[in-house]
Design a protein around this ligand. Structure first.
Ligand code: NAP
Length: 279
């Protein structure tokens, strides 16, 4: 497994595992235990997923030392603001039953995220968070945040997959020293990703599945990806991408699939923003 080094020197596994849409505690705990046994060391959850307790239980029952795991959680919109984020962090930590978080993220670029960031900077200074970052910040918001804060975000977790490649946004992130992390790395299977003829043809060349081609493409772009699956065989498939290299030609073919816009969550749409506030 490869690691990338964040802008504060912390090492982060480049292959991670996400637990969105696994609300059932027993299934989530079992899923995380399977992911750890397959080899994943980065587990990505969020307070709004409602499964931090199950993630923590799987971590506690695993034989992997805590320092070998990289745990990410996130503060939701209702947890924005200085006091609210301080409280939200304690609540997440308690549900996870951990004494520190590796990466704490602002989940959405809405509400008083400046107040939240101040709280996160303070928590980071105490050593209870190893790195702080954001999610879903477009280039304007990220640049604005970076002009006003002491600590530059270590990570921006954004929708990134072959249909939404974030190429220009990644250049801005790189110029600011912010690591790109992909959520929905497999596009949540939308737009027929797993049967896409272009990706399937590339997969046939290397004797790999579409999921493996896409996850290898993320790896070669230097993006941390956190695919989710409740099936152990798919977790293993998604993890086994270290033994082949996509050619420059195939990378260029995938680059041509970009639509230039989101296909899962359009944060420019006021109705979507309103929906998120009501979760
Ligand atoms: P994803 O990882 O792109 O796709 C997950 C879907 O693909 C599931 O339906 C899964 O089904 C299926 N799948 C996984 N591997 C497969 C394979 N090898 N073959 C066929 N199907 C496969 O989507 P995601 O869960 O939305 O994104 C990953 C993580 O990103 C989340 O779990 C969460 O941690 C994070 N996230 C963050 C945000 C944010 O705003 N920051 C938003 C969304 C997600 P099965 O489970 O049935 O296998």
């Amino acid at each position: 497994m490869d690691y990338i080094v964040l802008n504060n020197g912390v090492e982060m596994p480049i292959q991670g595992f996400g637990v969105f849409q696994i609300p059932d505690a027993a299934i989530c705990e079992h899923t995380v235990a399977d992911a750890i046994s397959v080899g994943y060391r980065l587990i990505d959850t969020a307070s709004v997923h409602g499964n931090e307790h199950a993630v923590g239980a799987a971590i506690h029952k695993s034989s992997i030392p805590r320092e070998e795991l990289f745990v990410t959680t996130k503060a939701w919109i209702s947890e924005m603001g200085y006091i609210q984020t301080l409280r939200a962090f304690e609540a997440s930590l308690a549900r996870l039953e951990l004494d520190y978080i590796d990466l704490y993220l602002i989940h959405m670029p809405f509400g008083d995220y400046y107040g939240a960031w101040k709280a996160m900077e303070e928590l980071y200074a105490t050593g209870r968070i190893r790195a702080i970052g954001v999610c879903n910040f477009n280039s304007n918001r990220l640049m604005d945040l970076c002009q006003n804060v002491k600590i530059i975000p270590a990570v921006n977790q954004v929708e990134t997959h072959p249909y939404t490649q974030q190429t220009e946004a990644m250049q801005i992130m790189q110029s600011l020293g912010v690591q790109t992390e992909s959520w929905g790395p497999l596009a949540e299977g939308s737009n027929g990703l797993f049967t896409n003829p272009v990706l399937s043809a590339i997969g046939r060349k290397y004797n790999k599945s579409v999921a493996q081609v896409v996850l290898r493409w993320h790896l070669q772009r230097g993006i941390v990806a956190i695919p989710k699956s409740v099936h152990k065989e798919r977790m293993a498939e998604n993890f086994a991408i270290g033994d082949f290299l996509l050619s420059d030609e195939d990378m260029a073919v995938i680059a041509s699939m970009d639509t230039g816009h989101s296909v899962i969550l359009d944060l420019h749409d006021p109705k979507e923003v309103e929906r998120l506030y009501n979760i």
